[in-house]
Design a protein around this ligand. Structure first.
Ligand SMILES: [Zn+2]
Length: 198
């Protein structure tokens, strides 16, 4: 699995041009059919996606190219999931978050708790990514609350990535930079494969 831009035609063009590197060996990824299509998002925001499958010219492993609209194994759009997390950081209760986003309270709660469990890890990872992208970045002050720190680190890293590569929606960046695993308990390596090589 390799995270790619949300813009399908741009992904197609880059894939055909050999611009994606294999996450396993840095070899060139080539088109290799499609993964099963899936629906993400709810109501008017629903989108149907059919992720590209690719195969590495060097090691022959295949990788699904998942657009950063999504997080791995989550049915909602990354931007909406992220908005819920930001509301949680702002102190909203799960019932209010759920009503505001049109999702079940249990879903809002599951995501908020997951974010809480992973907050220390996310803070460390996105802080490291911030300094990787921008070594001159000033000190990131710790606050009283780990959730706030985690969100601030994500925002700081997104800012550093925007200065290096151009702006992207915050939670698309967070999805790409975490290899789609923002709410999964894994440690992506630095730099994330999603970011362009400099
Ligand atoms: Zn490879």
């Amino acid at each position: 699995m390799h995270m790619v831009e949300a813009d399908g035609p741009a992904v197609e063009e880059k894939l055909r041009a050999g611009d994606y590197a294999c996450p396993a060996c840095e070899g060139e990824l080539r088109p290799w059919g499609f993964a099963r299509s899936r629906t993400v998002g709810r109501g008017a925001d629903r989108v149907r996606i059919r992720p590209r499958r690719s195969r590495c010219k060097a090691c022959l492993l295949t990788h699904v190219l998942l657009p950063v609209l999504c997080l791995l194994r989550r049915c909602d759009l990354a931007e909406m999931i992220g908005k819920g997390l930001a509301l949680k950081v702002a102190g909203w209760g799960y019932r209010r978050i759920a009503a505001s986003l049109g999702i079940p309270t249990s879903t809002a709660g599951d995501r908020g708790r997951r974010f809480g469990e992973l907050a220390g890890h996310l803070r460390a990872y996105f802080t490291a990514l911030t300094y990787f992208l921008d070594p001159s970045f000033g000190a990131i002050e710790a606050r009283a609350n780990l959730l706030t720190d985690a969100l601030e680190a994500i925002v700081a890293a997104a800012g550093a990535a925007a200065r290096a590569f151009g702006p992207a929606p915050l939670w698309h960046f967070a999805s790409g930079a975490s290899s789609g695993r923002l709410l999964s308990n894994t440690n992506p390596s630095l730099p994330p494969a999603f970011l362009p090589r400099r």
